[in-house]
Design a binder for this molecule. Structure first.
Ligand SMILES: [Zn+2]
Length: 317
């Protein structure tokens, strides 16, 4: 269950910005140094290239102009591959401008187990807090989608593989409890390697805690939409992410519990093609709909309106 979250680094997903095969004509005037031809050595050190010009699509290998990619909500303009997107970018793409009020922004993990592997947990936390500007792997708060006030929890894979430790669990639980008290619908957007191994059992407890809070939210007859994005695995998949009234996924998202290699080794069976993709799980009824990122906001608003119809009237005692 505690996946080796650190193996899901940005690099292993093949998403580092690569140099374009052809130099874009007028983009820069830095022609002082002639470019050396590419050598086939895989060991060549990472090149110093200007940030934010082109990104190679890991799916179709097209070089996509970064500006175009941003405008397209980080979906490949050629093959519609959905690139990873930060929690902040996702929130910005969904809520009405200036409507989002974040909660518990300063909550940060304590190293209860004094965990030390290749590096100490404390140093890992510091590193990811620095690189992401986040205190932990989820951003929570209340914002407006269309006319609907909504409790929104969005995970960020770039913080320790989106792993769920006590902070992710606690922030989500507080969000869910606030939504129940204020009678708001909840949307949780997951991307995670699973429970955070650095916090051991404390991470596993978050599975029950978040689901418990969601059960009370459900008893109050309030809707919860779960959106699974690439990848949603292990302890997150086995807890709050799969108890939505509606479970949505982005196209091509990898969704599952244990990784395919572990399952293959354990069962000694050939896995069917497309195993653990959103499309495979849609076919088998685990998820309700696959929604492209560009349509996400409009579809979520439709679903919210449908699920909350009649709920915004004053409750008669
Ligand atoms: Zn592509």
């Amino acid at each position: 269950m505690s996946m080796a979250t650190t193996s899901f680094t940005k690099k292993s997903l093949g998403l580092e910005t690569a140099e374009p095969a052809v130099t874009p004509p007028p983009a820069s005037n830095h022609t002082t140094f002639a470019k050396k031809p590419k050598l086939g050595t895989s060991k060549s050190k990472k090149r110093e290239i200007p940030e934010g010009l082109w990104t190679k699509c890991p799916h179709c290998s097209t070089m996509v102009f970064d500006k175009e990619l941003e405008e397209n909500l980080k979906v490949c303009t050629h093959c519609h591959y959905h690139f990873p997107i930060s929690a902040r970018e996702r929130i910005q793409a969904l809520v009405e401008s200036n409507s989002f009020e974040p909660m518990d922004t300063e909550m940060s993990s304590v190293d209860v187990l004094q965990f030390t592997g290749a590096a100490s947990y404390i140093s890992k936390l510091a590193k990811y807090q620095q690189s992401t500007g986040l205190k932990d792997a989820v951003v929570t708060g209340i914002g407006k989608l269309g006319e609907q006030q909504t409790a929104l929890g969005v995970m960020d894979f770039s913080f320790l593989g989106g792993s769920m430790g006590s902070v992710v669990g606690e922030k989500l639980t507080r969000l869910i409890e606030a939504a129940t008290a204020k009678r708001l619908p909840i949307i949780l957007i997951s991307t995670s390697g699973g429970a955070r191994m650095y916090e051991g059992m404390f991470s596993l407890m978050q599975m029950a805690k978040t689901c418990g809070a969601l059960a009370y939210h459900g008893q109050a007859r309030l809707p919860f939409i779960s959106l699974l994005t690439d990848p949603t695995m292990a302890g997150v998949m086995a807890s709050f992410a799969t108890v939505g009234d509606l479970i949505l996924a982005e196209p091509g998202a990898m969704i599952g519990f244990a990784g395919p290699r572990v399952i293959k080794d354990t069962t000694q069976a050939e896995l069917p093609p497309g195993f653990q993709t959103a499309e495979f799980l849609l076919d088998r009824g685990l998820i309700d709909a696959i929604v492209p990122r560009k349509e996400m906001k409009a579809r979520l608003i439709d679903y919210l309106n449908y699920l909350t119809a009649g709920q915004n009237q004053p409750v008669l005692a």
